[in-house]
Design a protein around this ligand. Structure first.
Ligand SMILES: *[C@@H]1O[C@H](CO)[C@@H](O)[C@H](O)[C@H]1NC(C)=O
Length: 325
């Protein structure tokens, strides 16, 4: 990297740290604070936290608290998904929800940079190792030429109907209504958010309902390969949010810019030693008594290769009706 780019990158970091004053990632304890891509969380009735992340048959970690100590337990589907694909043993971006008395874990099967993708489903009553039934594809899928790339699923219950948000690059973020129970789509996809600029780098959506608003969190920018193809400062992963009174939109940001036209308020971006936070999910945590955001990031000191990703979390502050860290 040329010296002037390094200086610009350093100045960018300083500016955002001063302007935003982001909280540092909460400390993480245990042997499994790394390998943190795209975390999703469930909390069992005994208080155990179960964290899923990208890779293999879907990584599963357990901990007694959000900060750990985290222990790797197993892969959700040790021999991969039954979906026939070169990506079937490398499941991405799991999403976990309790549907009735059964946990539904959606996952993505794809290959980097292609639109040939499917969203699969596994279920379990307990989230214990060896208890997952793979149902294969939900039918939410994409091929070259579609307006979306069917990865990064997230389920939400809206007025008694399940909806699945998904999408990554191309036409960005979409949502389909789901059957009950939510094993397959029941209707056509609607568009939620779009970044018109350059590569349309939005993905990893996660929707919550709070005080009458649907908040659409997502990751913006380049997630991966940050050591080998370093993006310009500000083009790396960051977490943004939009909101709407309806789960299907229209979504706007804090400055009332349409999220179908590049809007999106920054929730968390690179600051200090923290680089490229993203892959987030958001929960109302009963222990904290507040909304928390869990995410992965890189430590500039420890390294920014894909294998260096770290898990952490922060409390969300909603003082002006918009989430901040
Ligand atoms: C939330 O943010 C507001 C505005 O920046 C600040 O005044 C308040 O102290 C914050 N609350 C907490 C709990 O950090």
């Amino acid at each position: 990297m040329a010296p002037f780019l390094l200086a610009a990158a350093a100045a960018g970091v300083l500016f955002s740290a001063l302007a935003q004053g982001y909280a540092n990632p909460e400390p993480c304890k245990g042997t499994s604070c790394g390998d943190g891509h795209d975390p999703a969380l469930a909390r069992l009735s005994d208080g155990t936290y179960v964290r899923f992340s990208t890779g293999g048959g879907g990584r599963i970690y357990n901990a007694p608290s959000l900060s750990g100590p985290w222990t790797y337990k197993c892969d959700m589907l040790p021999s991969g998904s039954r979906i026939s694909s070169s990506g079937s043993k490398d499941l991405w971006a799991p999403d976990v929800s309790l549907v009735g008395s059964t946990y539904y874990v959606y996952y993505s099967v794809s290959d980097f940079g292609t639109q040939v993708s499917e969203i699969g489903l596994a279920t379990s009553k307990t989230l214990e190792c060896g208890t997952f039934t793979d149902h294969g594809s939900t039918g939410v899928s994409s091929v070259a030429g579609k307006s979306y790339n069917a990865i990064d699923p997230n389920l939400i219950l809206v007025d008694g109907e399940y909806k699945l948000s998904f999408g990554s690059f191309w036409g960005d973020l979409f949502q389909v209504p789901m059957k009950t129970p939510p094993t397959a789509a029941s209707g056509a996809a609607v568009a939620l958010a779009f970044e018109p600029k350059t590569t349309h780098a939005e993905e990893g959506s996660f929707m919550i309902l709070r005080n009458g608003y649907y908040y659409l969190f997502y990751s913006h920018g380049q997630c991966c390969g940050l050591d080998t193809s370093t993006p310009a400062a500000g083009d790396e992963y960051m977490i943004r949010v939009c909101r709407s009174l309806s789960a299907t939109g229209p979504f706007i940001d804090e400055d009332s810019v349409s999220c179908q036209n590049g809007g999106g308020t920054i929730v968390l971006q690179s600051h200090g030693d923290v680089y490229a936070p993203g892959g987030q999910s958001v929960y109302l945590d009963p222990v904290e008594g507040s909304w928390v955001i869990i995410y992965h990031y890189f430590s500039r000191k420890k390294g920014v290769a894909d294998a260096d990703s770290l898990y952490s979390w922060n409390r969300l502050n909603w003082s002006n009706g918009w989430p901040s860290v």
